[in-house]
Design a protein around this ligand. Structure first.
Ligand SMILES: Nc1ncnc2c1ncn2[C@@H]1O[C@H](COP(=O)(O)OP(=O)(O)OP(=O)(O)O)[C@@H](O)[C@H]1O
Ligand SMILES: [Mg+2]
Length: 335
């Protein structure tokens, strides 16, 4: 059976979608779609669609079908999944795949249903859901099947989550909406306030990726950034530094600390000592922000460290969970 039926781990994220099959990543693309609104049809999906952001003529629309980790535009999400599944499985598959799809903790039952329906209608035979932090823990090979405390902080594009897992299930979990996207928004606001220049969220993300950090870096790096002067609306170039970004990110990072602390504070003392010994594993694209491990270590008093594959481990873990359904079934959220 397994020879014919594909088994997929699908990490359907606000910013990126990653699909694993056979223990490998077989697709990794932005969760972005370009639509021709006049003709009511999809023009591009994924990487190509992302490149078109801010560069499309009138009548076209760049759509992010997910928001804060949940599907906000069902039809577009379904089209996106159909494209991605076709890429992974080929156009004609008599044997529809089974899939395990990651979802955040904090979403509603309606949002969970949308996630599983979108993947089903895109051409899967059977769909299960798994929480992002559990998928990350499985993918990273944490010893979660033992009666020990394992803590994961997931910093995604649309959500930040933290949870403590023992014996294959979560004990405590917490989530906040607005992950990496929120960091980009605060960079936009900071640059407008400090330099009087307006930049796009995409430009802000680019700055974050190139010179961003959670704690001061030595030497302080700088980057020339083009924006629009807030007063006369003309193009203007400014120089932004790493120190600027550290300052800009103070507030959203403090919210992430709050999310992690909430979980730590509610963890049973029997498990806390394991967590102090083993540390907090960081996953998700946001874990790649320079210095975030040290920042969280300082802010929580518990050592935080990066997962080996912070982004890929979710899709890989989702696929693994599909192969080990009996262990995880009772902890999987209903779609
Ligand atoms: N080197 C980096 N430094 C800082 N942030 C980064 C870096 N690389 C990626 N990111 C951020 O990670 C986020 C994307 O992470 P990821 O792909 O894990 O999110 P997602 O799965 O799409 O979202 P979610 O699971 O929250 O719905 C983006 O906000 C991106 O800017
Ligand atoms: Mg993801």
């Amino acid at each position: 059976m397994a020879l014919f039926y594909k088994e997929l781990g699908i990490d359907l994220g606000t910013v990126n979608t990653v699909i694993a099959e056979g223990g490998q990543i077989v697709l990794s693309e932005p969760t972005t779609v370009v639509i021709d609104s006049d003709a009511q049809k999809v023009v591009e999906v994924g990487e190509e669609a992302r490149h078109m952001y801010g560069r499309v003529p009138e009548g076209y629309e760049v759509v992010h079908p997910l928001q804060d980790g949940a599907i906000a535009d069902f039809e577009v999400a379904q089209v996106l999944m159909t494209w991605f599944l076709r890429k992974v499985c080929g156009s004609i598959t008599p044997f529809k795949p089974r899939a395990m799809v990651t979802v955040p903790y904090g979403i509603t039952s309606v949002e969970r249903r949308a996630a599983s329906e979108a993947v089903l209608r895109a051409g899967c035979r059977e769909v299960f859901l798994i929480q992002r932090t559990l998928a990350a823990a499985i993918g990273a090979g944490l010893p979660i099947s033992t009666p020990s405390g394992n803590m994961v902080a997931y910093l995604g594009g649309g959500v930040a989550e933290s949870s403590v897992i023992t014996m294959n299930g979560p004990v405590v979990a917490n989530t906040i909406r607005g992950g990496g996207r929120r960091l980009d928004e605060t960079i936009v606001a900071y640059i407008r306030r400090k330099y009087g220049v307006v930049i796009s969220e995409m430009a802000a993300e680019d700055i974050k990726l190139r010179i961003g950090a959670a704690i001061p870096v030595e030497p302080n790096e700088s980057l020339e950034v083009q924006g629009r002067d807030q007063v006369n609306n003309l193009p203007r170039t400014i120089t932004v530094t790493s120190a600027d970004i550290v300052e800009a990110l103070e507030e959203p990072l403090a919210e992430i600390v709050g999310c992690v602390r909430y979980t730590l504070e509610r963890t049973p003392p029997e498990l806390t000592s394991d967590i102090i010994d083993r540390g907090i594993m960081l996953a998700g694209g946001g874990a790649l922000l320079r210095g975030i491990d040290r920042y969280l270590t300082n802010a929580t008093g518990v050592p935080a460290y990066l997962a080996e594959e912070p982004v890929a481990c979710l899709a890989l873990g989702a696929e693994l969970a599909l192969h080990q359904m009996e262990q995880f079934r009772r902890y999987l959220p209903q779609g």
